[in-house]
Design a protein around this ligand. Structure first.
Ligand code: MEV
Length: 426
């Protein structure tokens, strides 16, 4: 079959019921029933997929794990993490427990205030003052979409107006307390609802009205202190480890190329929690990286300093995670994850995320400045190779050990060792 035939889909494919789409794909791609089932589907999941996104054909299951033993603000938590990356969950747990043997992590956060942006062109002179003078009209225009948010203690908290010169536009910010939501829907609705009033007040015309994912007013922070003596490892004293961790922090603070990887490590934790709770991982990442570049130069989101006796670590970044609404409200894994966390509100969730991100980052630095990260990674990589080679159940661990000991991390070695293993154990 020619490629273009093989991959053409009927024009109304996206309108077919999900079961028909799947049957069609099964035939088209010549999938066995098992291969089709591996797209993560039970009947319930299929229905869910169909209401969550358009053109759904299945689910992409990502492993869900739990990191345990991290003490945050005096409470030991079980934190759900959804990630495809090996080592991440174990590393967060390791560092989290190390920090928790001391005082654990302390956290804080801002109220859940998000920003909606409205850009207008061609507004009359004095438009900034007009928006301020007729603010009541603006508030009345957005009030209907904010009724339920206001009844929960949220709603419009502030308005900002600014003229921009390049391109020449008027920019209005609506600052809205979104309570336990991530807020995208409410912000976009409020932004669009405000357009008519703003056009009347300013004489301008809307260019666009949309939330800002920067979440600059919705920051969360986490910090910890630990006696340097607890850090000794790989033949290095605790104070030498603390010195190296501070140095690693200073490198990430000053070198943007290193900061990207350093921050990626922080987001390994935060994004995994965002995904496990059904939150928008792209928005979470965008906010974090934009904040890291807030002064015009990309830098690290965390910081470590040692006085020779104590090492202090801290992190600060915008975290817009909802504990209600959107996919959070309907995805069963999200409900499970929130239950596991004790049904936190959005600020508690953001604080937990900041703590997890810092623990994740600390784990990476502990490894990087001592034995490196590859030995841990290669152990898990060996398990993946064992799985790919055909090992199942108890064989996986046994074969992974042999692959790791062989030092030859490729599929043919794994297959050969699996044959040997099966011969030896019958
Ligand atoms: C890997 O996913 C994350 C690290 O590269 C983070 C870091 O280098 O700090 C280990």
């Amino acid at each position: 079959m020619a490629d273009e035939e093989r991959f053409s889909l009927p024009p109304r494919f996206r309108k077919l019921p999900i079961h028909e789409k799947r049957r069609y794909l099964q035939e088209l791609l010549e999938l066995t029933d098992d291969e089709l089932a591996a797209t993560g589907c039970t009947d319930g999941n299929l229905e869910l997929a169909d209401v969550m996104v358009e053109s759904a054909v299945g689910f992409m299951p990502v492993p869900l794990g739990i990191t345990s033993g991290i003490r945050v603000d005096g409470k030991t938590l079980f934190i759900p993490m959804a990630t495809e990356e090996p080592s991440v969950i174990a590393a967060a747990g390791y560092a989290g427990r190390l920090i928790s043997m001391a005082d654990g992590l302390r956290t804080s956060s801002d109220p859940p205030v998000m920003t909606a942006q409205i850009y207008l062109e061609g507004s009359e002179p004095g438009a900034v003052e007009s928006v301020e003078r007729y603010r009541a009209q603006l508030e009345a225009a957005v009030a209907p979409v904010l009724t339920s948010m206001s009844s929960r203690g949220g709603g419009l908290v502030d308005v900002g107006v600014e003229t921009l010169s390049e391109p020449s536009l008027l920019r209005i910010h609506l600052y809205i307390d979104v309570r336990d939501a991530m807020g995208a829907n409410i912000l976009n609705s409020a932004a669009e609802a405000s357009v008519g009033a703003l056009e009347r007040i300013t004489g301008g015309k809307k260019v666009m009205a949309i939330l800002s994912n920067s979440a600059r007013r919705r920051r969360a922070r986490a910090e910890f202190e630990i006696d340097v003596d607890r850090l000794a490892r790989a033949g290095l004293s605790g104070s030498e480890m603390a010195r190296r961790i501070e140095l690693a922090s200073r490198i990430a603070e000053s070198d943007p190329n290193r900061a990207v990887t350093h921050n990626k490590g922080i987001m390994n934790g935060i994004s995994a929690l965002a995904l496990a709770t059904g939150n928008d991982t792209r928005g979470t990442e965008a906010a974090a990286h934009a904040f890291a570049a807030r002064d015009g130069r990309y830098t690290s989101l965390s910081r470590y300093r040692s006085d020779g006796e104590t090492l202090r670590g801290s992190v600060e970044l915008p975290i817009a995670l909802g504990s209600v609404g959107g996919a959070v409200g309907i995805h069963p894994v999200s409900s499970f994850s929130l239950k596991l966390l004790g049904d936190p509100n959005s600020t508690r969730l953001a604080r937990t995320a900041a703590a997890l991100g810092l623990a994740q980052n600390f784990a990476a630095l502990l490894a990087l400045v001592s034995e490196g990260i590859q030995s841990g990674h290669m152990r898990l990589h060996s398990e993946r190779l064992a799985y790919r080679a055909g090992a199942r159940e108890k064989e996986i661990r046994k074969l992974a050990k042999k692959v790791f000991e062989s030092g030859s991390f490729n599929i043919s070695t794994a297959r050969r060792l699996l044959e040997e293993l099966r011969k030896n154990y019958g």
